[in-house]
Design a protein around this ligand. Structure first.
Ligand code: IVH
Length: 681
């Protein structure tokens, strides 16, 4: 393809892909299948790689991220980003309305909208192109997070239709609950600290240095402010409709209200209905609709006089603590759970609340039989926020954390710098074994869906399986006819597990199919502490097979991208244990995959060579470059050492790295040189 022709195609693809992005993410009415979409995106990626002269920072290919930001630049807001005066009382909302009506002689209309619980963002567009996204910061200055914000699919990188030459708009970046739950599940599996609520994780995600990781976090953005046009009768309500036309996601819930009754109705409705929204809101914002009236009302030193935020109270009730039970997880971590006298809270009956760890119990100074306050905020599991001291029984004793495992009786241990107590009896403590088998069969590991957690527990309790390797010795006759009925404590309903012919057939074929699960997922399935999905993938690609991984020294492990001392030590401990090695041998003889199909560790053009990739590249994202290196047999390592063969230097690479490479005599190559080495040009 010739350059002009390529450009026409690139331009067409960019426009088409953005149109589909908009339909899918902002309007929720997709036109084409995911597969057809991916095909268009792939074609664009490959054309952009061939014709780098047509680079565009707002190309839809940038939505997957790839750039690395070392530290964020700061930018001064053209208009300070003020916050809203807020209140928890309807009387104060009434007083606000009365104040507005007193100072304005015209009839005033208000808009009521949702108060999204996320992070404020200021977006600048020049000639319809997104040029800058800045966080609120201290209101005067914020961080420039443009590359990260570009990954948010519901946000237009180029505006549609007619628009002013220059625009500064504001909105809220949020993390929908599904993305939040997914992220925390992943982090828990990887032994990482979880985020307390979607707002914190949206804020944390926006400050990540790797925009490709931001892209995976599934952020979303609601637009709530467009500058007035100066036209006397123009309104906030209309300006948001216009913004919707430019391609922004604007809430459907925006409502015009004429008086306090209508406003209160909106507030009451959303205080209840917010439970069903797919994202968190923490209140309602009431704004004077007409821009000229907003201008007339003006600002105080901190807040606009034409708007107020009504914040929902986190629902809070008091109930009696009946007892504390202690759950043992698959890693042996002990989680205390409060058993409560059942109480109605935010539309559900609450019987339990997590107490997290011993420090939290101590901080609450929880005594036996206390009355406690239970709250349901943004989080799904209710939490205990305090003790009603007035109702404490005289002479009641402080809650003592257990010293021994409730399941196997072992003395609990507490590791340095960790809040949790652990049961060290990982070999024989039943919930740990059951948890490990349940993790092994889970969807993202060996994916033996036909065998659920309930069935695994039953088979373990009956002594039919003791570890994951036993699954591969199962035959139909071991399973047929097994049955158990019990009452579920939570719901009081009867539950039943039974192994009929069809079920058994499905289980056996599920186990059979799992022999083909690729090495990286088998490695994740082993449940090695701190080795989550991503780490397992990196290890599998780096070492190529289990043998090489098991023989790796601490130093060699530390050379793997994103492997630090904590993970490396955990791996050495795991492979150092005789019992684990026996389990692995049995899994090998059952035919599981312990070789990576991804790594062409021998035979590739880069076979045996190690690379450090640094900076930003013209043709490929950093992750794509790393993939290329691995596909051709090379290895990626995180930091320079005497063992490094090449430093692949992109734009913005710091001078310190170059100096260090020169000192160590490491060859420094460019993206083009790498592509030559692997025969791509
Ligand atoms: S209007 C002049 N509308 O709540 C202030 N803010 O303190 C204009 N927020 O920092 C803000 N949803 O991040 C407005 N529908 C909404 C909002 C909203 C969430 C956030 C915003 C601001 C804070 C108010």
């Amino acid at each position: 393809m010739q350059a002009p022709e390529a450009y026409a195609r690139i331009d067409y693809l960019r426009r088409t892909i953005e149109e589909h992005n908009h339909r899918y993410y902002a309007e929720n009415r997709p036109l084409i299948s995911d597969q057809a979409f991916d095909q268009l995106l792939k074609e664009l990626e490959s054309l952009e790689a061939r014709f780098p002269e047509y680079d565009d920072p707002n190309s839809p290919t940038r939505r997957v991220g790839g750039s690395i930001t070392r530290s964020f630049d700061t930018a001064t807001h053209e208009y300070p980003m003020l916050s809203l005066g807020n209140t928890y009382s309807l009387e104060e909302v009434e007083a606000f309305i009365a104040r507005v009506e007193k100072s304005i002689t015209d009839e005033v209309t208000f808009t009521c909208e949702l108060k999204y619980d996320g992070v404020a963002i200021s977006l600048s567009y020049l000639q319809g192109q997104l040029v800058q996204a800045v966080t609120r910061g201290d209101g005067e200055k914020g961080d420039v997070v443009t590359d990260n914000v570009r990954t948010i699919r519901s946000l237009p990188l180029k505006l549609r239709g007619e628009y002013p030459e220059r625009l500064i708009l504001r909105g809220e970046i949020i993390m929908p609950r599904v993305s939040f739950d997914h992220l925390n599940r992943e982090r828990r599996a990887e032994g990482k600290e979880t985020f307390a609520n979607p707002r914190n994780s949206a804020a944390g995600s926006l400050k990540l240095q790797d925009s490709a990781e931001v892209a995976r976090r599934g952020l979303d953005c609601f637009l709530y402010s467009v500058p007035g046009t100066g036209n006397a009768q123009s309104t906030h309500f209309d300006s948001l409709q216009q913004a919707r036309g430019w391609g922004f996601r604007v809430s459907e819930q925006l409502t015009r209200c004429r008086d306090i009754q209508e406003i209160e109705e909106f507030i009451r409705y959303w205080d209840q209905a917010r439970q069903a929204l797919p994202y968190d809101i923490d209140g309602v914002v009431i704004k004077v609709d007409r821009f000229d009236l907003q201008e007339a009302l003006g600002f105080t030193a901190k807040n606009p006089r034409w708007a107020i935020a009504y914040k929902f109270k986190a629902e809070n009730v008091s109930t009696r603590l009946l007892s504390v039970s202690y759950q043992v997880g698959r890693t042996g971590a002990i989680t205390p759970v409060a058993n409560l006298e059942p109480v109605q809270l935010a539309g559900t009956t609450v019987k339990r609340a997590s107490l997290h760890n011993a420090d939290i119990i101590a901080a609450l100074d929880l005594h036996e039989h206390d009355h406690v306050f239970v709250e349901k905020g943004g989080e799904i599991i209710p939490k205990i926020t305090g003790v009603d001291l007035e109702r404490r029984e005289t002479g009641s004793q402080p809650m003592q954390f257990i010293t021994h495992c409730p399941e196997c009786g072992s003395l609990l241990e507490r590791r340095e710098e960790e809040a949790a107590y652990y049961c060290p009896n990982s070999r024989a403590c039943p919930p740990q074994i059951r948890g490990r088998i349940a993790h092994f069969i889970s969807r993202r590991a060996m994916d033996i869906e036909s065998l659920g957690e309930g069935k695994v527990e039953l088979l373990y309790d009956l002594g039919i399986i003791q570890d994951p390797a036993d699954l591969y010795d199962l035959a139909p006759m071991h399973l047929l006819g097994i049955e158990k009925t019990w009452e579920d404590q939570e719901s009081g309903k009867l539950r039943k597990v039974s192994f009929r012919e069809k079920t058994v057939e499905n289980i056996i074929s599920g186990i059979e199919a799992s022999r083909e699960v690729p090495f990286e997922r088998v490695l994740f399935a082993l449940g090695i502490r701190y080795v989550g999905e991503t780490t397992a993938k990196k290890l599998a690609r780096h070492f190529g097979d289990l043998d090489a991984l098991m023989q790796a020294s601490l130093d060699e492990l530390l050379r793997v991208d994103e492997v630090g001392p904590r993970i490396a030590e955990s791996l050495l401990n795991y492979f150092g244990e005789e019992e684990n090695r026996r389990l692995i041998e049995r899994l090998i003889s059952s035919g599981l995959q312990f070789h990576s199909q991804q790594a062409l560790s021998s035979g590739g053009a880069l076979s045996g060579r190690s690379f450090v990739v640094s900076g930003v590249f013209a043709r490929y994202s950093r992750d794509a470059i790393k993939d290329l290196i691995e596909k051709h047999g090379g290895r990626n390592t995180a930091s320079l050492s005497a063992q490094t063969d090449f430093l692949l230097a992109g734009e913005n690479m710091g001078p310190a790295k170059r100096e260090k490479a020169e000192k160590l005599g490491i060859r420094i190559i460019s993206e083009d040189e790498l592509l030559q080495m692997i025969g791509k040009e």
